[in-house]
Design a protein around this ligand. Sequence first.
Ligand SMILES: [Zn+2]
Length: 202
Amino acid sequence: MFVERANKLLKWFIPAVWTIKDSDKSVYLTFDDGPCPEVTPKILDILDRYDIKATFFCVGKNVKQHPHIFDLIVNAGHRVGNHTMHHLKGFDTSLNDYTKDIEEANKLINSNLFRPPYGRITIKQLNELKKSYKIIMWDVITRDYNRNLKPEKCFSIVKRFSRRGSIIVFHDSIKSANNVLQALPWSIEWLRSEGYVFKTIQ
Ligand SMILES: [Zn+2]
């Protein structure tokens, strides 16, 4: 269903935030599925080295398990968003169960940003959640979670598809570690050399 860049039909079908265009040549780095003690601190170090702020879409159960890692993200000045309590697929979950799970996560995360896991959300769920959250999708998927891909491939996806306003997805998870930890600094350096500035999602 998902290719490296979200396609037009999908964007039309799911009325949410896919790109954020402003007067700057901006891109938005986002990290899903953490906090993860083995990977998140390393990503924070990379971001710190380049003096960049990003947006982390956290899974509530991981925040509950690793509150000190969550605090590291927040205290470093990054933005956090809600990615459900249990990384639920909207298509397989009733409206009531889905919103309850997100509310549970938000007691820990406390954000007005929400990103649906797998991008799978029904229109009914979307409309309900829009009352309380900005629904943030993406423009560029690095596919860093795919262990069959090399970090060079993730980097080439960033180079090929990033444009003004792109929301770029990486993951702070064990299965993404090898790809993200290598492709992230390459991507940052390349984006910077192309004149992009990095912003958090507001
Ligand atoms: Zn996810």
